[in-house]
Write a protein that binds this ligand. Structure first.
Ligand SMILES: [Mg+2]
Length: 361
């Protein structure tokens, strides 16, 4: 099989409705943006798709670097093509996600050729997995408690906080939430890199006292040393490596330093399915978990294929919140049907994105 065309279809995305905020000092949800779909066609009549969040930037990379690199190549040589893209990254320093977009489209082709969903092609481990409601930042502790009640009533078995970004206030929220939901509901905390070492230590110890299951990315992830110092000062398990550069290689340092109890992995930030599975297997070598970042079909496939993972992340926003459409009433995500990633299955319900009709056969 050979790649015959590489096309970027720009699409206007309306943004989250309602809009939401993250912790202090971070911008909130995107408003209207220009996204894109990557479309890779082949001489076998199989077409691969992948969504891109920053359409204009991605289109520039495809025009200047990727189209010439990909046309004429065998799309099933995913490991080879991943390495070619990694070589280009040395010069271009791609934003996180760019290599992954191409890798996802290549896996979509591979899945369609095999007639299998991606997770079966990667080697399936399970058919369903529990999720957690991953909150945005709400206005007050009282509103967070209300959202927690809603999440549990909808069927979510666990809750992760993206909280205020204030160590004292977040510690108090953790304490109040634990008292509110009781001891049996798994709770997690995501700091979105909001703290320095002193505040990260204070908050980590407070969350440990409130029985939180993991403490995710409390500081920027560029210093393994700083995390080692944090790990020496807190007992709560640390979930690390969501956003750092360097794909599986930097994830390896978080594992080898002994500081990470679990590694983050994803298609979006870790180089597609290929990069995400490298991290999952690397983590498994050290008996670490590889927890999947972010929601959507791609993450659902990873959750079915990775042995050492425990939850699917399902973002909840607005008030009232809704149960994500990929979940059942017990808050479990299931293996997407495919073949490939299965975007066409979603489009059969929601409509084909403008500009893609001509690529669907
Ligand atoms: Mg996170």
């Amino acid at each position: 099989m050979k790649i015959t065309s590489v096309t970027v279809v720009l699409v206007e995305r309306p943004g989250f409705s309602p809009a939401f905020v993250w912790r202090k000092n971070l911008p909130g949800s995107d408003g209207r943006t220009t996204g894109a779909w990557l479309v890779i066609e082949t001489d076998a009549g199989i077409t691969g798709f992948a969504p891109a969040g920053r359409g204009v930037i991605f289109n520039d990379y495809v025009d200047r670097r990727f189209r010439d690199e990909l046309i004429g190549q065998d799309p099933l040589q995913r490991e080879y093509l991943w390495e070619r893209l990694w070589e280009l990254d040395r010069i271009e320093r791609f934003p996180a996600g760019v290599i992954g977009i191409i890798d996802v489209a290549l896996w979509d082709i591979g899945g369609k050729q095999a007639g299998l969903p991606i997770y079966k092609l990667m080697g399936g481990f399970r058919e369903s997995l529990p999720s957690y409601a991953s909150t945005v930042t709400y206005s007050s502790i009282e509103e967070f408690l209300d959202i927690a009640d809603q999440a549990l009533a909808l069927g979510y078995p666990a809750i992760k906080l993206h909280a205020f970004g204030d160590a004292k206030k977040d510690a108090l929220l953790g304490e109040k939430l634990r008292a509110h939901v009781g001891d049996d509901v798994p709770l997690m905390y995501d700091g979105s890199a909001g703290f320095d070492l002193m505040d990260a230590v204070y908050l980590g110890n407070a969350l440990y006292d409130s029985g939180f299951a993991w403490y995710e990315e409390p500081m920027r992830e560029f210093s393994v040393t700083a995390y080692k110092w944090l790990g020496e000062r807190v007992r709560i398990p640390l979930l690390l490596g969501e956003v750092t550069d360097g794909a599986h290689m930097s994830a390896g340092d978080f594992a080898a330093s002994g500081v990470a109890t679990a590694l983050r992995t994803s298609t979006g930030l870790r180089g597609g399915f290929t990069g995400a599975m490298r991290i999952a297997h690397l983590a498994d070598a050290y008996h670490l978990r590889a927890e999947v970042h972010g929601m959507g079909l791609e993450s659902a496939h990873l959750c079915m294929a990775i042995k050492n993972t425990t939850y699917y992340e399902s973002l909840v926003w607005g008030n009232p919140i809704k149960l994500e459409s990929l979940l059942d009433s017990n808050g479990n995500v299931h293996g997407p049907k495919g073949p490939g990633v299965g975007y066409e299955t979603l489009w059969a319900e929601s409509g084909v994105p403008a500009g893609l009709e001509k690529f669907l056969k």
